[in-house]
Structure formats: C-alpha cells, structure tokens
Design a protein around this ligand. Structure first.
Ligand code: C2E
Ligand code: CA
Ligand code: CA
Ligand code: CA
Length: 279
C-alpha cells in the first residue's frame, strides 16, 4: 500500500506540474494576444420562441494563437480572471460587441440586443460603469441594446459596492441577466434584492429534459418563478426540437442552442441576419 501511495504521489506531482506549466504558458501568451489581434468574437442567435425569430445574440470569445488551434474560453477565461488579464480582455470584448451591434443594426434596420459575458473580477472593476458609458458613446449604441450576462458567482460578492454597481448599470439603461441560473449556491436570494431583467437557465437543466422528469419539473418552476417576478426567461443549450417545444409550451420566452444555431464568426452571423431579415 505504501508503494502504491508513493507512485500515486509521483503521478499527481507530474500531473500538477503539467497543469501549472500549461497555465503559465497560457498566462504568458495571453499578454500579447490583444495587441496581436488573436481574439475574436463569435455570435450565437437568441430565438424568440413564440415567433421563431432571432431576437438577440450572445457574444462568445475565442482565442486564435498564431501557431495553435482555436482555444475555448473555458481554457483561458478562468486563468485571465485569476491573473487580472480579464480586465483588459473584457474591455476589448465590450467594445467589439458594441461595434458589432452597430453593424447588426444596419443590416436589420432595427437594433438587435447583444449580450456580453461579464466575469466577477471585471464586475468589481471600479471604472466598469464609466468604461461602459464611454463604449456606448463611442460606438453609438443605445444602452438597452447592450445586455450583460452576470453569473451567480459575480453576485456572490454581495457588498455595498456591488449593489451600487448593479444600480449604476441599470441607471445607464443596460439590460441585466443572471447567467447559468440555478447552478449557483443561493440563486433565490439574488432575485429578491437585485435589479435584474432576465434569467438565463443553465443548459444543465435543458440537456436531459426528455429523460429526466426532475429537470423538466425544475425548468417549468424556474420559468414560472421568473415570470412571477416580471423577468424574461431564456433557456440555453437547446439541442432538440423536443426541448424547444417543451420550453415554448411552458412559456419560456427565448432560447439559444445548437438546435437554432451554433455560435458563428461575425461575417457568417451577419449573413444569417440578412437571410432571416429577407424571410
Ligand atoms: P456561457 O456563458 O454559459 O455560454 C454558453 C456556452 O454554451 C458557450 O460555450 C456556447 O458555445 C455553448 N453552447 C451554445 N449552444 C449550445 C448547445 O446547444 N449545447 C451545448 N452543450 N453548448 C452550447 P463557449 O462559447 O465555449 O463559452 C464557454 C463559457 O466561457 C461561457 O459560458 C462563458 O461563461 C465564458 N465566456 C465566453 N465568452 C466570454 C467573454 O467574452 N467574457 C467572459 N468573461 N466569459 C466568456
Ligand atoms: Ca452567457
Ligand atoms: Ca451556461
Ligand atoms: Ca457561464
């Protein structure tokens, strides 16, 4: 048993080293990623379930290092969050998403709400409200066209400064959504005190809908809860017609997922908008 323990230890050390090395490599390479224009935003359509029409888009970051395959945000956003690099990346995302919103508006002849993910550290930035106000002015985007998706882990920092930020963002006229709703520690508490407009139900509850009656029941309850508080309810991760039908049947307002459309590079998303506008 002792022998086994030792081997295990060596194994874990090697694993850990590998993880740390990779982490440092990512941190190092992230430093110049903005200047070198290695980031890009993909856009995934949001669908109004009742009409089947595109009613918005979520901006999702991708990283394309010059000599490596496309990197998922799941591999670098948590690191950028820890190192603080997220502040700079987040400002870039906001600016690019607003520029894109401007182009989408020109294609459609009306504004298309664009949602941006905001991470906890970014949310705690002192100058967040000022940065957003400047970005809106510079890109000539109406505040209600910009939606911020805030995860429950952001909301866990329930300090006076935090509440002030939320109200400041609302006062600017932005739309606020709780992202990954239902996966956090105390989702309900936030609903009571925070000025949010939308709930985004995490895909964990949607994926097994057909096979898990518990998930179906939870979905139904979240939709009803959201509506009784006057919030719009959006479901993410919708991958089948059956899931979409269930959500519509239970009054869910909007949906997003591979069933309706993958996240697309901006030019392809613009083509999608132009086609949908022609219908
Ligand atoms: P999220 O905000 O929950 O975004 C939804 C994720 O689900 C996206 O992954 C999207 O591509 C994926 N998805 C969309 N439709 C489906 C579907 O039908 N089935 C399944 N299984 N997945 C679907 P992605 O693009 O890899 O992003 C992962 C996470 O990275 C996001 O989760 C978000 O938390 C974070 N992220 C992405 N872009 C940004 C950003 O610009 N800033 C920050 N702070 N975080 C970001
Ligand atoms: Ca999101
Ligand atoms: Ca999610
Ligand atoms: Ca998320």
């Amino acid at each position: 048993a002792k022998q086994l323990g030792r081997n295990n230890f060596q194994f874990y050390t090697r694993e850990l080293n590998q993880v740390l090395t990779e982490r440092m490599a990512i941190e190092y390479r992230l430093r110049h990623a903005i200047e070198n224009e290695e980031f890009l935003l993909y856009y995934q359509p949001k669908i109004e379930l009742a009409s089947g029409r595109i009613c918005g888009a979520e901006a999702l970051i991708r990283w394309q290092p010059p000599d490596a395959p496309l990197v998922s945000p799941l591999s670098f956003i948590p690191i950028a969050e820890e190192t603080g690099q997220i502040e700079k990346i987040g400002r870039w995302v906001l600016y690019q998403a607003c520029l894109a919103a401007n182009r989408f508006q020109r294609i459609l002849g009306r504004p298309l709400p664009v949602a941006v993910n905001v991470s906890p550290r970014q949310f705690r930035q002192r100058d967040l409200i000022g940065t957003i106000a400047e970005t809106l002015a510079a890109t000539q985007i109406a505040a209600h066209t910009l939606e911020l998706e805030i995860t429950e882990s952001c909301l866990a920092h329930d300090t006076p400064q935090f509440i002030k930020t939320l109200h400041g963002l609302k006062a600017l006229g932005l739309t606020l959504a709780i992202d990954d709703f239902g996966t956090g520690y105390s989702s309900m508490a936030y609903l009571k005190d925070f000025p949010v407009d939308r709930l985004k139900i995490d895909k964990a509850f949607v994926g097994n809908l057909e096979h898990e009656s518990t998930d179906a029941a939870i979905l139904k309850a979240i939709i009803a809860l959201g509506h009784s508080l006057g919030l719009k309810v959006v479901a993410e991760g919708v991958e089948s017609g059956q899931q979409s039908a269930y959500l519509l049947q239970n009054g869910c307002d909007e949906a997003q997922g591979y069933w309706f459309g993958q996240p697309l590079p901006e030019t392809e998303f613009c083509e999608l908008l132009a086609r949908s506008n022609a219908d």
